[in-house]
Design a protein around this ligand. Structure first.
Ligand SMILES: Cc1cc2nc3c(=O)[nH]c(=O)nc-3n(C[C@H](O)[C@H](O)[C@H](O)COP(=O)(O)OP(=O)(O)OC[C@H]3O[C@@H](n4cnc5c(N)ncnc54)[C@H](O)[C@@H]3O)c2cc1C
Length: 592
């Protein structure tokens, strides 16, 4: 059973991702390290003792639809209410609406724990948090006044309605319609698919954020507006009113996250209310909806990255426990009677160490991204720099961690042997759950395009170059530490960073020369190269800070393992980026 790794999370936040420095510089307000530890400890307890034990029920039962109403798995309604009563929904939300205005770093750390406990469960608050942020940044004072406090408390949940059957990655073609009404409200019509927690019985109201098009809107992404559309309309005194004209038509049958209802939502077909059309209110300006939604999507992208980290952690814990118990064969050097534990076999140790290194690497990348977001809000100067850093890291955090989630969950099954394929063991659920994360919130392919075409050119390429220079300083610090335990880590980091630098320069010059097809051919390998180089550097940073906690030498040996076993992949990735485009273009002829 999952046990939240509270000390490891605290260490990574403070000593790898930059929280300790930020606290020392007074940028985190009243937050001190002791309070961080106390919050993490309580989140860890709740995730371990309350969320994780209900994950299997959720997986087996799934969400069930009957007469347009969705019933969550047994125990989940109370679980959600207890979770919300703990104040977890409002960790980063504004104080004026009942939130605690704490740093994003703390929130992503707790998100990791909820998701390790149950990814399907944690999706509900993940969507609500994104909706809170979009409404807080772009909503009118009246809308905020009416909705935010009860979303922050978790009494009402939020959703994100973008996708339609023909509009997924390309939202420019979406067809949901909005009509103006004289009283300033709008009526919404259309169908949305794949809406996470679009209907359920855990909260009293559901606040849908819906993208739709006004009759006179321009074509494409410049003609999309964002609307707030509640399941129940709200009276002026704040009490719940009539059902709005929207409902869940059906639930998807999915590979994983069974406890999370994935809904087809119908807006405005006259099922509820006297006048056809779901009543909605504009968020932000007309035709500027996609920009508003992006506020929510960036938040959600990092949150999805946390799902990858969370699955890595939970799958690694399970595999490690199994490998210590299961005995088979005799490992090299085994002198005991009987069979050795499988963890003694070098190949099993290789799998487990790979899992551990990817878990810690993706955790550090995601927390560093959250640190950049916090600095962009709290730093006394250079906020633009931190905004760019967050923008650069978001696609890497989302994609590297979610790919790692799939790889690590698959390795976890492999460590279990045949038992890994048997549902009862629980290792298979991690892979089934993990598989969606590289797809939603912008597929990892779309993240790679974003990274290469929009993020590398930030500040004329200076943001990424400055970041690589900072990473080189970590390699240098490893070299000058003269610690034997690091082995050849300094050399390996320098090679990986040289590969990253060459690939970055090549992509930037290809883009400048208008060779976008060539650059895009290498976008996904580049994204992985970036994530691997960061993994090596952040593990090294943890190793260098080893005195800060008792795990001590273990960080250095894990870093060395990653540097000498995983980082050699960066050379191959660089080669694919720089030399792979021509053959890729030529070989498209065989795709007939
Ligand atoms: C379980 C689940 C929950 C979801 N929850 C929500 C939700 O709450 N709200 C919501 O609005 N949506 C939700 N989605 C939808 C999800 O965000 C989309 O599935 C996702 O954005 C991909 O869109 P698509 O499925 O239409 O795939 P497509 O866009 O058709 O993509 C198919 C493939 O083509 C690639 N591709 C597409 N365009 C390009 C391009 N320009 N360049 C290169 N490659 C490209 C993609 O990377 C992908 O590999 C959910 C989906 C699922 C399965």
């Amino acid at each position: 059973m999952y046990k939240a790794p509270v000390e490891e999370i605290a260490f990574t936040l403070k000593h790898v991702a930059g929280m300790a420095e930020a606290i020392d510089s007074g940028l985190m307000g009243d937050l001190g390290e002791d309070l961080v530890d106390a919050i993490l400890a309580e989140a860890g307890r709740f995730a371990t003792e309350e969320v994780a034990p209900l994950a299997d029920t959720g997986d087996r039962q799934g969400a069930r639809l009957s007469n347009g109403e969705v019933k969550t798995p047994d125990g989940w309604r109370d679980l959600y209410r207890n979770w919300a009563a703990g104040g977890w929904n409002g960790l980063t939300a504004p104080e004026e609406f009942g939130g605690q205005a704490l740093p994003h770093m703390l929130n992503v750390a707790t998100l990791e724990m909820w998701n390790s406990g149950s990814m399907a469960f944690a999706l509900c608050p993940t969507l609500t948090m994104g909706a809170i942020e979009a409404l807080n940044v772009h909503g009118s004072a009246a809308l905020k006044e009416k909705y935010l406090a009860r979303m922050v408390s978790g009494e009402w949940t939020g959703t994100m309605n973008l996708t339609e059957p023909h509009a997924g990655s390309d939202l420019g073609v979406l067809r949901a319609r909005a009509e103006r009404r004289d009283d300033g409200s709008y009526r919404i019509f259309g169908q949305k698919i794949f809406i996470t927690w679009g209907e359920h019985d855990a909260a009293d109201n559901i606040i849908h954020l819906v993208l739709a098009r006004l009759p006179d809107a321009p074509d494409g992404t410049r003609g999309i507006s964002l609307f707030l559309v509640p399941k129940f309309l709200i009276h002026d005194d704040g009490s719940l009113g009539a059902r709005n004209d929207l409902y869940c038509h059906s639930l998807e049958h999915k590979l994983g996250i069974h406890g999370s209802p994935t809904c087809t939502m119908i807006y405005g077909d006259g099922k509820f209310g006297e006048e056809k059309g779901a009543v909605g209110w504009l968020i932000g300006e007309e035709n500027r909806g996609l920009a508003c939604m992006f506020t929510m999507m960036n938040n959600a992208r990092l949150a999805v990255g946390m799902q990858g980290v969370a699955i890595c952690e939970a799958a690694t814990q399970k595999a490690l426990a199994y490998a210590k118990e299961r005995t088979q064969g005799k490992a090299p050097g085994w002198s005991g009677s009987g069979m050795s534990q499988i963890i003694e076999h070098p190949d099993v140790a290789r799998m487990l160490l790979t899992m551990k290194a990817l878990t810690q690497g993706s955790r550090a990348i995601a927390y560093a991204c959250a640190h950049a977001i916090d600095m962009a809000h709290r730093a006394t100067g250079r906020r633009g720099h931190w905004q760019e850093r967050a923008a650069l890291l978001t696609p890497v955090a989302k994609s590297f961690a979610t790919d790692a989630g799939v790889d690590v969950a698959s390795l976890g099954i492999q460590v279990h042997g045949g038992m890994g394929f048997i549902e009862e063991t629980g290792a298979a659920r991690y892979l089934r759950d993990a598989r969606i994360a590289p797809i939603y919130e912008g597929t990892n392919g779309i993240q790679a395009i974003d990274l290469v075409t929009r993020k590398l050119p930030l500040s004329g390429g200076e943001q990424v170059k400055g970041f690589i220079a900072e990473l080189k300083a970590i390699a240098e610090a490893v070299r000058s530490s003269n610690l034997d335990g690091f082995g050849t880590t300094a050399d390996r980091l320098e090679s990986a960073l040289a590969d990253l630098e060459v690939a970055t320069d090549w992509l930037l010059s290809s883009l400048a020369e208008g060779k976008s097809a060539e650059a895009l051919s290498g976008a996904t390998p580049y994204q992985r190269l970036f994530g691997l180089a960061l993994t090596g550097c952040y593990l090294a940073k943890g190793g260098l800070a080893r005195t800060a906690d008792e795990a001590g030498e273990g960080r250095i040996v894990l870093c060395r393992f990653a540097a000498e076993n995983l980082l050699s992949e960066t050379a191959a990735l660089k080669d694919r980026i720089v030399n792979g485009a021509e053959s890729l273009a030529a070989a498209r002829a065989v795709l007939v």
